[in-house]
Design a protein around this ligand. Sequence first.
Ligand code: ZN
Length: 166
Amino acid sequence: MLIAKNSVVSFHYKVATADGEQVDASEEGKPMSYLHGGGQLIAGVEEVMVGKQAGDHVDATIPPEKGYGVYDANLDREVPLDAFPKDGRKELKPGFTFVAEHPDKDGERVMFTVIDVDGQSVRITANHPLAGQTLLFTIDVVDVRKASAEELSHGHAHGPGGHHHH
Ligand code: ZN
């Protein structure tokens, strides 16, 4: 069966930045599952999956535009240290993430990442940690099947490697 809209795909993957640093990978023996066309994966990965089948190996270079977006400096903020709750301040190190209101869109909550802490000020960004990065994906397709009606209504894959919320 070839991957197309509404396929549920299980796959193993490794992803590295252009300079070779591995940033993520599926767990040994536990492939990840997704509903194709459900917007669960970055666009570039969904694109290279089309027409593949179980057993296929795919190497793909995904530019930021089809990955986690280009880096938007407007999403960087400098905030005073005392804007953070006192007992959480010692955790504020580069790479620390937290959820708060989007800097530009009222009512929308997004993940922020701490870039730097300098004395009494903290540089944070609402850019995805991988924004601006070209990503090298190594993918092995394990299984392709049709999505169930329930998966289609939820917009994601169930079962091993998928959502477990039932
Ligand atoms: Zn569900």
